[in-house]
Design a protein around this ligand. Structure first.
Ligand code: NAP
Length: 434
């Protein structure tokens, strides 16, 4: 449709007395040449500006809004294109400073939060696609997800904001999990996916200043996020990574690590509280391996062995923790004698290579506690074999649920996390995505 034709249609619409018309800022002079304000008694004028390639700076947004106001807009609308997660900060701060009804959002995957959180910052409206796959602009969220995952209809001026930072992040079950808990506990709070490709620390500080009260942090930001913190818990210093951001009573940003706690809560439930007197094997020496070794030591394990495909990494990890941690090669596991607890932190056995197992299954024994951090599939080959030999098995879902429960209790210290509900939500989500 050409510009002239489009204008004809809009003018017809005004004559019919429609409630709103949306006119591009660049066409507004022509519009006013053919329409008089007096004919607009029943119609509100939305003036729009789109940039399908770039974001606008805060100053550019304000200048554009001022121009729209001067041209007779009742409602201003700016859709820019996010090239960084930080563009959400521009949108939010401009919405907070807006003096008239405003629709403002950042298009594209990086700008999704700006589409979901508008209601918190008094945006006039947002746009959603009727169905997934039917988006009319990049980054649009479908109505079902907007209402049922993000609980958009409940987001208002006082809603407390949380989110999970990662790249990629859309696979994170955090939003479905935490938003279900918020509903169950009748909390005015919302939790969103936050795709952050770079400048993680700056993003946390800026979003924090704009009202976010907490974040979960997943791969690859768990180390870089530390730079944004005013203070970190001891465990973060020792493990060198964090997954939770919260505010202390003085409003300062604090970092904690609930991954190790989540795993240890699950394992120690089986042992009666701690790992005292236990001989523990940790398979893997990556980020999770380090958290599990730390956790085993914190819970008082008598001896901790760490075995890794690349033995040098296990040696480095053992040296780092000193004392009670011994590095071994994968082929040396059989030589260390009876083990009480085996914890897998490698990705071996994860979809699609579900037939793989991180250790020789003949080493699995009755009475052992076997934990697998992998939760996709729900029952890994390691757990299947362990169960067959009479060991007590703990799936990665337990770690995931309990680290999230600890996060919830960090953000809401007066409340108890509904662990059973959280487990139910996660299992349902995992089963529906099989
Ligand atoms: P990471 O830092 O990349 O470490 C991966 C570890 O797996 C390394 O020790 C690596 O050994 C080992 N590995 C990878 N492929 C292997 C193979 N084919 N054979 C033997 N060892 C292999 O990863 P991460 O962040 O620690 O995560 C590890 C696993 O934990 C992932 O599956 C993740 O999904 C899971 N996880 C679960 C939760 C939960 O809540 N349940 C939380 C965090 C992580 P090399 O050093 O030799 O490469």
């Amino acid at each position: 449709m050409g510009e002239a034709e489009r204008l004809d249609m809009l003018i017809d619409a005004v004559e019919m007395g429609v409630s709103y018309i949306d006119v591009e800022l660049k066409a507004v002079d022509k519009f006013w040449e053919r329409t008089h304000k007096s004919t607009m008694a029943r119609t509100r004028l939305i003036l729009s500006y789109h940039d399908f390639e770039r974001p606008l700076s805060r100053v550019q947004v304000e200048e554009t809004m001022a121009r729209m106001k001067a041209k007779g807009a009742d409602i201003v609308k700016i859709a820019m294109t996010a090239t960084s997660a930080l563009d959400n900060c521009t949108v939010i701060s401009a919405l907070m400073g807006a003096s008239m009804p405003t629709i403002l959002l950042a298009m594209g995957e990086l700008g999704r939060p700006s589409r979901i959180l508008g209601g918190r910052f008094s945006a006039y409206l947002t746009f959603a696609s009727a169905k997934e796959g039917e988006e009319s602009a990049p980054g649009q969220v479908d109505l079902e997800t907007l209402l049922n995952v993000y609980h958009f209809a409940h987001i208002g001026k006082h809603t407390r904001l949380y989110g999970v930072i990662g790249n990629p992040v859309m696979q994170s079950m955090g939003p479905v999990l935490h938003n279900s808990v918020f509903r169950e506990k009748r909390l005015d709070a919302a939790y969103v996916h936050l795709l952050v490709e770079d400048h993680v620390a700056r993003f946390i500080r800026e979003m924090g200043a704009l009202g976010f009260e907490g974040f979960s942090v997943t791969i690859p930001g768990k180390v870089d996020a530390i730079d944004a913190m005013d203070e970190v818990e001891d465990a973060v210093e020792k493990i060198g990574s964090m997954n939770t951001v919260f505010r202390d009573n003085d409003g300062r940003l604090k970092g904690s690590n609930t991954d190790w706690r989540g795993a240890m809560d699950a394992v120690c439930e089986q042992t009666g509280g701690d790992l005292k007197g236990k001989r523990v094997l940790v398979l893997g020496a990556g980020g999770t391996g380090k958290a599990l070794v730390f956790g085993a030591l914190e819970r008082g394990a008598q001896e901790v062995f760490v075995a890794n495909r690349t033995k040098e990494k296990a040696i480095k990890l053992a040296k780092y923790f000193g004392g009670g941690v011994l590095a071994i090669g994968l082929e040396e596991i059989g030589g260390v004698g009876a083990l009480d607890v085996v914890m897998n932190s490698t990705s071996v056995g994860m979809v699609p290579r579900v037939e793989e197992c991180p250790l020789d299954v003949t080493l699995l024994r009755q009475g052992m506690i076997v934990f697998d951090a992998v939760y996709n599939p729900l029952e890994t080959r390691l757990l299947r074999e362990a169960k067959r030999r009479g060991a007590s098995c703990i799936s990665g879902v337990e770690m995931f649920v309990r680290q999230a429960a600890r996060q919830f209790e960090t953000w809401f210290p007066d409340l108890k996390a509904p662990v059973a509900l959280m487990r139910e939500v996660v299992l349902e989500k995992l089963q529906s995505s099989v």
